[in-house]
Design a protein around this ligand. Structure first.
Ligand code: ADP
Length: 162
């Protein structure tokens, strides 16, 4: 383990768009670590609804009142990005058993590539365990109300897209 007392945690993801579930994880991480960098993955195979710039803006809007949280983007492997930022902590959210297999595989693969990086799983409040960006997009595309799942700003941006 690296000798680094400044516990910078990286929370990587697609955030297309950021939901209240992501925000719950960010708040929990911000209490555990000295700083948290929420980082938007730009090299996505799946085509996101929102551009990188839009996704960053939505996250910034949501975290503006949390002092030790910043927002960034990255491409390539999250562990490489982690090293670049002098961090050895990767945050991931675990909603349900269904997340586990993928996340478990990814965490162990990352550990195999770089044993210095530790993946830390945080569980959201149970009301967010069924919430995902894709479900929010699906509901919005069918003219459903997503105001209980995303911020007002994200809700407004979603309405502009659908
Ligand atoms: P990715 O494509 O990297 O999975 P996401 O934006 O979908 O990007 O998710 C980023 C991280 O946030 C993942 O670890 C995911 O499990 C977690 N996450 C997504 N939605 C929620 C939620 N409602 N509650 C807790 N964690 C979540």
């Amino acid at each position: 383990m690296k000798k680094n007392n400044d516990r910078i945690a990286i929370y990587p993801g697609t955030f297309d768009p950021i939901t209240d579930g992501h925000l719950d994880i960010i708040k929990r991480a911000s209490k555990l670590f000295s700083s948290v960098i929420v980082s938007v993955a730009t090299n996505m195979k799946k085509k996101p609804m929102f551009s990188t710039t839009e996704r960053v803006k939505m996250i910034k809007e949501s975290v503006q009142n949390i002092k030790n949280v910043s927002v960034d983007t990255f491409s390539g492997l999250s562990i490489d990005y982690c090293n670049k930022k002098n961090s050895y902590i990767l945050i991931r959210g675990l909603r349900a058993i269904s997340d586990f297999e993928n996340e478990f595989q990814m965490a162990l693969m990352n550990r195999k590539i770089d044993n210095n990086i530790e993946t830390v799983f945080l569980m959201p409040s149970e009301e967010y365990t069924y919430l995902s960006s894709s479900l929010v997009k699906e509901i919005a595309s069918l003219n459903g109300d997503i105001s209980n799942f995303v911020s007002n700003y994200v809700n407004k941006k979603m309405k502009e897209k659908t």
